[in-house]
Design a protein around this ligand. Structure first.
Ligand code: SAM
Ligand code: SF4
Length: 330
């Protein structure tokens, strides 16, 4: 069995690499992107698929076994379906997942399936067409919902729906989202808004997990579901008789840093040991200078040494992180 080498000084075993393959997106969500014109990385600044694959192979040799492809919107990048297929065919990965806004799902679900992806997370913050337009800047709710239904029909399981809970924006829909778990076997995940980078959000009162739980508990008793080893930071629950699950991701109210098993590779080839810290190690420059795999592995180990014990972002200390979520990948 492969020896896990990515163990940090707090004895966390880092086996999970989240990879942003593009900073581009076909939406402009109010909590993720600033308004107006958004500067984009130049084509040359973005890692090529070959480069990402080489980095993943080095990661696998150090103990990475799980990857998630994200963005920006990963499905807008040319060649993504072939890339996903190459990942699925790669030795050493036990889990390959995708996070998407769902805009391109309907037209491409067969390609995602053919590529060998089984697990998808779809971001959806409202069930109202008008509000969807307000949140994302685009009138795509129906297209996304049809994509979700189709993914369900085609047997993707589990389908996780990520809802960022925003005070005064979609907090009147918390119970409606929770009720979806009775009609569909979906995992509905309520995510606390993280005030990082530039966005259209104004800092009002943040809607935190204890309050979200309180509000959805009005529809039934939340029964805890035991976390499995591959589970991320979500606290899992189920309503009695429901087909699906409920999850809560409370980066602010409930630090889960002690269980964090993640590293992140940004679209521009930086390895980040923590989502909520701007510290990064530059893999791309070294890669493009023709370095060896051993040198790339050293960068992984350096990133691991810099993984903080926990993050500083808090309700009283927002805007600590300058990077954009769309370039890190969430
Ligand atoms: N475009 C894809 C999508 O939206 O699913 C993938 C990239 S997006 C950056 C990944 C996840 O980060 C999404 O579920 C999104 O809702 C979440 N996200 C983005 N900005 C956030 C913020 N400021 N706080 C909390 N979650 C955020
Ligand atoms: Fe795009 Fe995803 Fe950010 Fe929304 S959350 S703007 S879909 S990258």
């Amino acid at each position: 069995m492969l020896k896990q080498k990515l163990i940090d000084k707090y004895n966390r075993h880092l086996n999970y690499l989240r990879i942003s393959i593009t900073d581009r997106c076909n939406l402009q969500c109010m909590y993720c992107m600033p308004p107006g014109f958004i500067p984009r990385l130049h084509h040359n600044e973005i890692l090529r698929y070959e480069e990402i694959i080489r980095i993943i192979k080095v990661g696998i040799s150090l103990g990475i076994s799980k990857v998630r492809i994200t963005g920006g919107e990963p499905l807008v990048r040319k060649g993504v379906y072939d890339f996903l297929k190459r990942l699925a065919d790669m030795d050493g990965l036990s889990d390959i997942a995708l996070t998407t806004n769902g805009v391109s799902l309907k037209d491409n679900i067969e390609k995602i399936k053919a590529a060998g992806i089984k697990r998808i997370n779809i971001s959806l913050d409202t069930l109202s067409r008008n509000k969807y337009k307000e949140i994302t800047g685009h009138d795509k709710f129906e297209q996304v919902w049809e994509g979700i239904e189709l993914a369900h029909k085609k047997g993707f399981d589990p389908i996780k729906l990520n809802m960022v809970a925003l005070s005064g924006v979609n907090d009147d829909e918390l119970a409606d989202f929770a009720r979806l778990s009775f009609s569909y076997p979906f995992h509905i995940r309520f995510i606390e808004y993280m005030p990082i980078g530039k966005s259209r959000m104004k800092y009002g009162p943040l809607l935190l997990v204890p309050e979200i739980k309180r509000r959805i508990s009005t529809i039934g008793k939340l029964i805890p579901v035991k976390n499995s080893i591959n589970d991320g930071p979500a606290e899992r629950y189920k309503f009695e008789g429901a087909k699906g699950e409920i999850g809560f991701i409370g980066a602010l109210s409930h630090h889960f840093c002690n269980r964090c098993n993640r590293l992140r590779l940004t679209a521009s080839g930086q390895l980040r040991p923590c989502l909520l810290s701007d510290h990064h190690e530059d893999l791309k420059s070294l890669l493009r200078k023709g370095c060896s795999d051993e040198e790339l592995a050293d960068i992984f180990l350096t990133a691991v040494r810099h993984k903080p014990s926990d993050h500083n972002l808090s309700i009283s200390n927002p805007t600590e992180v300058l990077s954009q979520m769309s370039s890190i990948g969430g």
